[in-house]
Design a protein around this ligand. Structure first.
Ligand SMILES: [Zn+2]
Length: 241
């Protein structure tokens, strides 16, 4: 579920963070990510969800509300855990990459507790933008964070896709948690955020009437390890009246 946040980018890089994780005994595997046996996820935003959009007027303001969804078309699940030493620390997000016969854990950013949703969100999962016909920016979210869940099944079902949802918890209400998850998106499943959910909107007050492009970018900061980093953008045309 999405909500725009303005937290600064985590200073933890993937390369250095792997060491930190290993020290705390989460990763029993000392290999670095990116080896040939990795079963990586491949997140792809799905256009049909973006087409589910409408204009909402409220208190003299105007919004474009829209659904968004990202499917996992890769060989492995996207699986992310959170952990921290104390409630005063940021919740580190750790991606578990499965391999034939094992796994490796890689730090990819942070989770934030989002009060308006009452649960934990992976920071910087997606970015939403509205573009003028010439491609310039009309409106955008700085960053959208999500609880990662198996919501819809992709059809046709890709090989290796579980029939039942695997990732079903956002650690609802668990604001003082030291460990959360795993959250994730299974192979052949999509994480979907309906347009009525808080944060699934862009303010369009005062924008001229006309045709625009609504664009979603999954993993805009390229933190998640994926088999294909080049298919993270989807867009649809919308008309503002
Ligand atoms: Zn949420």
């Amino acid at each position: 579920m999405a909500v725009a946040t303005k937290r600064s980018k985590s200073a933890i890089s993937r390369a250095t963070a792997t060491l930190g994780v290993a020290k705390r005994s989460i990763a029993k595997v000392s290999r670095t990510a990116g080896s040939a046996s990795d079963k990586l996820p491949d997140l792809v935003p799905i256009e049909k969800y973006l087409k589910d959009n409408r204009i909402q007027r409220s208190g003299g303001l105007k919004f474009l509300r829209f659904s968004a969804g990202a499917g996992n078309f890769g060989e492995g699940a996207l699986e992310v855990r959170g952990e921290r030493a104390s409630t005063g620390d940021p919740m580190t997000a750790i991606q578990r990459v499965y391999q034939s016969g094992g796994f490796t854990d890689v730090t990819i950013g942070t989770f934030v507790y989002t009060g308006s949703h009452g649960h934990w969100h992976f920071n910087a999962f997606a970015k939403y933008e509205l573009l003028y016909p010439d491609g310039s920016l009309a409106a955008s979210t700085d960053k959208a964070s999500f609880c990662l869940l198996d919501v819809d099944r992709i059809k046709p079902r890709p090989p290796g896709s579980p029939r039942r949802p695997v990732y079903t918890s956002c650690n609802q209400g668990d604001i003082n948690a030291l460990q959360i998850g795993p959250q994730g998106v299974s192979v052949g499943w999509a994480d979907v955020y309906k347009k009525y959910i808080e944060g699934q909107l862009l303010e369009i007050t005062g924008l001229p009437k006309g045709h625009y492009t609504l664009r979603v970018t999954v993993d805009p900061e390229n933190r998640i390890l994926e088999s294909d980093e080049g298919n993270n953008v989807a867009s649809v045309q919308v008309r503002i009246r």
